[in-house]
Design a protein around this ligand. Structure first.
Ligand code: FES
Length: 396
């Protein structure tokens, strides 16, 4: 009997006219009467634009950090939480004084727990527009609107090494709590070495949990005190070298901005391949002056004319303030997720004016650049501007 040949590209090409003929002759009734396509329903369940949640528990972790447990709000239309990969975040929305704000928070619970809840840890930022409001107003029973899970600070076996060295600073520990839990419970399979940096022992979050977890190694690093059983200093090249394996490893980093610069210098010393270094988005740039390509402004602030859904509004934007912050403060409900220039969810058209976009947070695609789109979360005005802002899927 002749062996059947494996189809090649030409065989697939020959199928095209056949398929076109079949599609042309197919009855259209079936398609017209389908109200929800299975693929669309699946996509909506996996990547919902909006999730309606309820705060079901609040746990203080330190004087300025609280852990919030969020469960689906069935009455508001969210039957189940969207599944996620350890390391992803949700963007939560807060409405206050007639303005709509959003902030991304890493999911700190494990992927398996998404069957019931997510947990996020919120640090009170002095003078912040959102975190003090959350601390002072969210309690058991509070309704919360959030995006679906997003981000790419996740373990990918095809890209990442079998061992991951994680450098966490302060509340930047949250995605690693999720990753560590995932490894510990067996839903992720890699070797995790966690270098957890804090100022003092009392600033370490989830210590009892980490100490009780199996299949991970945790090293606590204190910068402001020396204690037996703890490393002293910062997660620099020396420390990473001391705990990393001899062969290949990936390095995941999440912490304050200063930590990225510090660890960034270390990666060069260590000669790590670029694909093995993963930095979680550091959030908005609040200090553009520290950027190497900083472009000074000729005024302290500029006006931004906003065109949204056929209406116009003008807001004031500081020269060193992101346009997204000015939009939120000015009562414009603008789409956003990562707030660090990466995801592209906030992109809007720059109709006129000049901007400064730091090279380190310019995550625009080539098409965006060519057709005059900007990411307002990572863009600063350098003249009066006019921008076209799309509607926010979470509403006003
Ligand atoms: S919110 Fe992600 S690029 Fe602006």
């Amino acid at each position: 009997m002749m062996k059947k040949r494996t189809p090649d590209l030409f065989d697939f090409l020959k199928m095209v006219p056949e398929r076109i003929k079949k599609a042309e002759n197919a009855p259209s009734d079936e398609i017209r009467h389908v109200s929800t396509y299975k693929a669309n329903a699946l996509a909506a369940a996996l990547h919902p634009a909006v999730q309606h949640l309820t705060v079901s528990a609040v746990t203080p972790l330190s004087p300025d950090v609280k852990l919030y447990r969020l469960t689906p709000d069935k009455n508001a239309g969210t039957e189940k939480l969207a599944p996620f990969s350890a390391g992803e975040y949700i963007s939560v929305t807060v409405k206050k004084d007639g303005c709509t704000y959003s902030r991304p928070y890493s999911i700190a619970s494990s992927p398996l727990e998404a069957e019931y809840y997510y947990e996020i840890a919120v640090k009170r930022v002095k003078g912040g527009a959102v975190s003090p409001y959350i601390h002072d107003n969210w309690a058991v029973g509070t309704s919360v609107t959030a995006s679906g899970p997003c981000g790419d600070f996740t373990y990918e076996p095809l890209r990442d090494a079998k061992t991951v060295v994680c450098a966490a600073g302060g509340v930047g520990i949250t995605p690693f709590r999720s990753l560590a839990r995932a490894v510990s419970e067996g839903s992720e399979s890699f070797d995790l070495i966690l270098l957890y940096c804090a100022r003092k022992e009392e600033d370490i979050l989830f210590k009892n949990e980490f100490d009780a977890m199996s299949r991970i190694k945790v090293v606590y690093v204190l910068s402001d005190e020396e204690k037996p059983g703890y490393e002293h200093g910062f997660a620099g090249a020396e420390l990473i070298k001391k705990y990393a394996p001899a062969g290949e490893y990936s390095l995941f980093v999440c912490g304050p901005l200063a930590m990225y610069r510090f660890v960034g210098a270390a990666t060069e010393k260590l000669g790590l391949r670029r694909k093995f270094v993963r930095l979680e988005a550091a959030g908005e740039k609040n200090d553009p002056k520290s950027e190497p390509d900083y472009t000074p402004a000729d005024k302290e602030s500029y006006t931004v004319k906003v065109i949204q859904n056929g209406t116009e509004k003008t807001v004031e934007c500081g020269a060193d303030e992101t346009i997204l912050r000015a939009l939120e403060r000015g009562g414009v409900s603008a789409p956003s997720r990562c707030r660090s220039g990466e995801c592209g969810f906030c992109h809007c058209r720059l109709v006129s004016g000049k901007c400064y976009i730091p090279g380190s947070s310019d995550g625009r695609r080539e098409a965006d650049r060519i057709y005059g789109y900007i990411h307002p979360c990572a863009t600063f005005p350098r003249s009066d501007l006019t921008v076209e802002v799309p509607d926010n899927p979470i509403g006003d």
